[in-house]
Design a protein around this ligand. Structure first.
Ligand code: SF4
Ligand code: SF4
Length: 222
């Protein structure tokens, strides 16, 4: 994974800038992976596509841990033991191709979110895979997986996760708490408790407000 200095040194791209890359569908980027993180929206979309409940998708394909720095629950795809391969990688391709997680849909493009201006900057990751037979704009690349429509969610997710994380880090620095109980509550509110037939962003906005309220109460009582 690139560090911040490496990312900042790469040429930046706007939505109407072009880049040259074609995917050979070799599947290498689905192996040796332990870093396919899922946002609440990824999890919602994948569950809906697989016609599973969110808890079943979590149990069948994911694992959760507490973010080392953020202190909020992080959900990632649980790789298979063999070659640490993503469980959605099949001979014929990605089982959830049309709803693949944002991190997969963007690749090999990386994205930097400016929380204050709601603007995104893109960069091409230094990769050795693929071919040079296809040139497209960033906008065209993002359109293929509805990544443009998800930008407002992405800004909201970063903002709210940042607010919750700031409060939790302060509280955990000063007091001893049962992290498991707080992680379980936040996992439920932020990732799990959604009605699959109701607009996701509307529910997510309400759930974030509730999660924020809970950590504020914890901070006040600490
Ligand atoms: S979700 Fe699909 S594209 Fe992403 S790592 Fe798994 S198989 Fe590959
Ligand atoms: S993105 Fe690269 S590594 Fe992944 S399948 Fe395409 S060519 Fe292979």
């Amino acid at each position: 994974m690139l560090n911040v200095d490496e990312i900042l040194s790469l040429p930046k791209l706007g939505k109407d800038d072009s880049f040259t890359f074609g995917c050979n569908r070799c599947g290498s980027c689905c192996r040796e992976r332990e870093d396919i993180l899922l946002t609440p929206l990824d999890l919602f979309k994948i569950s809906k596509y697989l016609d599973k409940s969110i808890p079943d998708t979590l149990a069948d394909y994911c694992e959760m841990y507490e973010g080392r720095d953020s202190k909020i629950p992080i959900v990632r795809i649980r790789p298979r033991e063999y070659r640490r391969t993503c469980p959605f990688a099949k001979k014929e391709g990605c089982l959830i191709h049309s709803v693949k997680p944002a991190v997969c849909a963007l690749f090999p493009i990386g994205r930097i979110t400016n929380m204050y201006t709601d603007e995104f900057t893109y960069f091409m990751q230094p990769i050795t895979c693929g071919n040079k037979r296809q040139t497209q704009t960033i906008r065209q690349w993002l359109s293929e997986y509805t990544m443009l429509e998800e930008e407002s969610f992405t800004v909201l997710w970063h903002q709210k996760a940042g607010e919750i994380s700031t409060i939790l880090r302060e509280v955990y620095n000063k007091h001893t708490f049962n992290h498991d109980a707080i992680n379980s509550a936040l996992l439920m509110i932020l990732y799990i408790r959604y009605d699959m037939d109701v607009d996701f962003v509307q529910q997510f906005t309400a759930n974030c407000a509730e999660a924020l309220q809970i950590v504020e109460v914890i901070a006040a009582e600490a």
